[in-house]
Write a protein that binds this ligand. Structure first.
Ligand code: GDP
Ligand code: MG
Length: 163
């Protein structure tokens, strides 16, 4: 059985960009508008010879009456339930936001293999955010640039340890 890796985190951090890069097709919609991924997407991710099932989540679901918190919680809990490895993505350029902390609280309850991924880490503007990410309680952030394909070797070692 394929190891299941879920990318979770608030809108606009770059989850779908990483998903598309690892799945090798533009399945997920990437957009500057927060929350543009309408639903959960799944595909076969590849880094070198390593293959795994990759799940992209949206921080928000499409219009319904629930509160924002309820929607994020449902998506995240679904991902937690089915994933072997959780990539908790933050925007290292933006630093830690209250929404990131909200996700961290949801994830802390899960007995899963959780790694903080500090995306948008090309260039020095990400350095303060990467340090701040330690406060989320999941250890040091793994620097990544989903857009430029940097940091994939670290992702490879995280995922290969779970296979
Ligand atoms: P999602 O809402 O978490 O799925 O985020 P998206 O993948 O839709 O990306 C949101 C925005 O961040 C888009 O404008 C992306 O082009 C941009 N983005 C994604 N990855 C990177 C990165 O590594 N560096 C930079 N600078 N921007 C990125
Ligand atoms: Mg998305």
């Amino acid at each position: 059985m394929s190891v299941v890796v879920a990318i979770v985190g608030r809108p606009n951090v770059g989850k779908s960009t990483l998903f598309n890069r690892l799945v090798g097709r533009k399945i997920a919609i990437v957009d500057d508008t927060p929350g543009v991924t309408r639903d959960r997407r799944e595909g076969t991710g590849r880094i070198g010879e390593l293959t795994f099932t990759l799940v992209d989540t949206a921080g928000y679901e499409d219009a319904n009456d629930d509160s924002l918190e309820a929607r994020m919680r449902r998506q995240t809990e679904m991902a937690i339930a089915e994933a072997d490895v959780i990539l908790f993505m933050i925007d290292a350029r933006a630093g830690i936001t209250p929404t990131d902390e909200h996700f961290a609280r949801l994830l802390r309850r899960a007995d899963k293999d959780i790694h903080v991924i500090g995306n948008k880490a090309e260039g020095r503007a990400s350095e303060p955010g990467l340090l701040e990410a330690y406060s989320l309680g999941f250890g040091e952030a793994v620097p990544l640039s989903a857009e430029h394909g940097l940091g994939l070797a670290d992702l490879y070692s995280i995922i290969s340890q779970a296979v």
